[in-house]
Ligand binder design. Structure first.
Ligand SMILES: [Cu+2]
Length: 493
């Protein structure tokens, strides 16, 4: 890490992000059923029922008031962008205006969306040119925690702050005292708070673990605090919006349960260490019961590099919210995902190669075989899926609508990869790791999800029902790896 960058540390936050705070992270008051403020938290104007989302430059004090200004790109000029909130089955209408100096799009991450609305530049639409607009209009089939970000030069645009969260409410949202949507990000900042821009596109970042930041924020704040009471029930929706950092979380001082992963409900359970490893783009919904005594504290820390308390819940000094603890939390209603049919699946294998210490000597790029040196020089790429770097002209595979696909992803590289599939959710059916003693079966994570972490030396088989027609990306969500070659697409016909 260069000397001009500040150390990874928790910085004092004094509330300079007032607008963002108000819009996105104030604990909602006690919410009785059916009284969620749909749309009430939107920042943009809503001309004719559409939300206006304008991407433009902005300035925030990520390090805290008076500690340096960071120039960012944001939806509404803020980090994160406006919290969007709709009810399951409703239509979301967004007019996206691009007031940046480069083309952009909005991808609606994790939504099983109409393909035309998926926001992938070069695959589902043209990049929206500077000064132009694009209307996104789609219904949301699944309740849960989702998010949005560009899909054009994503590695740069997201690192500059372009992202926001999207909540799709259940028809009857469960009773909680506070419902919080939190974007966990890390930034590469210089000591004056300015973004480290010189390293954008650096092959060193692409070839290794990606752009790892030195300052971590939660909704643009590095000191996120909430005032709660002993006895409160809090739903915390966490999204990893970092370019490449795999979050490792610890929750202390309260009773925690996982209730959803990547938006999809799971049987409520105490989180194990695997549950709290959140790779880039993944979400986890935690239910926190504040069972500590008044005056106490609960903390969510990030521990991948050092123990950083990132979210604090301060319990009121004397008051309790209720005399008796709440009854156990029932599983959220399942979303309308089709069951797998594993009798005659379409079987596909994807081998990941390349990167530093990967030993890849050449790959196909735009139909041409290039030696690794030329691949790096001509395309800035250094990774491949089945020997192909970057988006191929033809689909990686074609599935018939309704067909179950079993995809085995074999990681023959020296790094972990967070594999994200568009338009669908998948279930992990097996995970094995190459060890000196041979293949070892690892505990799988069968819950539905849109992103699966494939660690080095692992082969992870996932299955999904290809029920959404169109052209869908499949890529590593470590954005430097995606830019460095780890992206492909499949079609459902
Ligand atoms: Cu990767």
């Amino acid at each position: 890490m260069s000397g001009s960058r500040v150390n990874l540390s928790r910085r004092k936050f004094v509330g300079s992000l007032g607008l963002v705070m108000t819009a996105c992270v104030l604990p909602l008051p006690v919410m009785a059923r059916g009284t969620l403020p749909h749309g009430a938290m939107l920042l943009g104007a809503r001309p004719q029922g559409a939300v206006l989302m304008e991407a433009h430059k902005g300035q925030v004090e990520l390090l805290g008031k008076g500690l340096g200004v960071t120039d960012i790109w944001g939806y509404g000029g803020a980090v994160p962008g406006p919290l969007l909130r709709v009810k399951q089955g409703e239509e979301l209408k967004v007019r996206f205006k691009n007031s940046l100096e480069q083309g952009s799009t909005i991808h609606w991450h994790g939504i099983r969306i109409d393909n035309k609305m998926d926001g992938v530049a070069g695959l589902t639409q043209k990049a929206v040119a500077p000064g132009e607009s694009f209307d996104y209009r789609f219904t949301v089939p699944d309740a849960g925690t989702y998010w949005y970000h560009p899909n054009n030069r994503t590695w740069e645009q997201m690192a500059r702050g372009l992202y926001g969260l999207l909540i799709v409410d259940e028809p009857e949202p469960p009773m909680v005292d506070h419902d919080l949507a939190l974007a966990f990000d890390d930034w590469q900042l210089k000591s004056d708070g300015k973004l480290e821009e010189e390293s954008f596109g650096a092959i060193g970042e692409r070839a290794h673990g990606g752009r790892i930041g030195n300052v971590m924020t939660v909704n643009g704040s590095s000191d996120m605090k909430f005032e709660v009471k002993s006895g409160d029930r809090v739903r915390v929706r966490i999204c990893n919006t970092a370019n490449s950092r795999i979050l490792e979380l610890r929750v202390q001082g309260c009773a925690a349960q996982v209730i959803a992963i990547d938006g999809q409900p799971v049987e409520p359970r105490a989180p194990d260490a695997l549950d709290l490893i959140i790779s880039p783009s993944q979400r986890i919904d935690l239910l926190l019961d504040m069972d500590g005594e008044p005056g106490g504290r609960a903390v969510i820390s990030e521990v991948s590099e050092m123990r950083l308390p990132l979210v604090r819940f301060n319990l009121h000094a004397s008051e309790k919210s209720r005399a008796k603890p709440l009854p156990p939390f029932a599983k959220l209603p399942d979303n309308p995902l089709q069951a797998l049919d594993r009798v005659k699946p379409l079987e596909v294998q994807l081998e990941m190669t390349g990167g530093a210490m990967g030993g890849m000597s050449s790959a196909i790029y735009k139909g041409k075989k290039l030696a690794i040196r030329d691949l790096v020089r001509e395309a800035g790429m250094i990774w491949a899926f089945n020997g192909v770097a970057g988006m191929p002209e033809k689909p990686f595979f074609s599935a018939k609508k309704g067909q179950t696909v079993e995809l085995e992803m074999v990681n023959n590289t020296s790094f972990s990869h967070a594999m994200h599939m568009h338009g669908h959710h998948m279930s992990e059916i097996s995970r094995v790791r190459q060890t000196r003693q041979g293949l070892k079966t690892i505990k799988g994570r069968p819950d539905w999800r849109d992103t699966v972490l494939v660690n080095r030396g692992e082969a992870v088989k996932i299955a999904f029902v290809a029920d959404n027609p169109g052209k869908w990306m499949l890529h590593c969500h470590m954005l430097e790896h995606q830019a460095g070659g780890m992206s492909t697409w499949f079609e459902v016909v």
